[in-house]
Design a protein around this ligand. Structure first.
Ligand code: HEM
Length: 129
């Protein structure tokens, strides 16, 4: 078993294969998001390499990895974007698909899903429609 912080407790981050696995998941996640015609327009003009770095840090932290998430608060990052609950659900579904493809165990995906679910109120800015 590997454990990145020497506690003897293997985190979900270690369990799925650490940093390289997280990078692969982020790469695949963005492929899926940008191939989605409802979501792609949000990312026009966004610096994707810095966005991917932030996402990798965030996902690492959600999984109990070593990264400190240093991005702006999620509410601030999304406040000027007209994001509906439907957009939010589509993004989460793409992330779940990328994690599933990478062989991440279902119970780990469920924990990631629960953490992301708690961010919905900070990210969804538009009433349903
Ligand atoms: C599912 C939960 C989500 C998480 C955890 C998340 C996370 C993030 C993070 C960490 C950043 C970077 C913040 C920074 O650089 O300071 C970001 C930026 C961004 N997010 Fe999200 N996001 C989520 C959902 C969404 C959704 C649903 C959309 C649109 C459909 C979206 C569109 C964007 C865009 C366009 C940016 C770049 C904003 C800019 O650079 O001005 N995000 N997000």
């Amino acid at each position: 078993m590997s454990d990145h912080d020497g506690t003897g407790i293997e985190s979900d981050y270690d369990r799925i294969g650490g940093g390289p696995a997280v990078s692969r998941v982020v790469e695949r996640f963005y492929e899926l998001v940008l191939a989605d015609a409802d979501l792609a327009p949000f990312f026009v003009g966004v610096d994707m390499s810095s966005l991917k770095r932030h996402q990798a840090l965030l996902i690492s932290q959600v999984l109990g990895g070593p990264a400190e998430f240093t991005g702006r608060e999620l509410r601030v990052a999304h406040k000027d974007l007209p994001i509906t609950a439907e957009h939010f659900g589509a993004v989460v579904a793409h992330l779940v698909a990328a994690l599933t493809e990478a062989g991440v165990p279902p119970e780990v995906i469920a924990r990631v899903g629960a953490v992301l679910g708690a961010t919905e109120k900070d990210i969804v800015t538009e009433p349903a429609g």
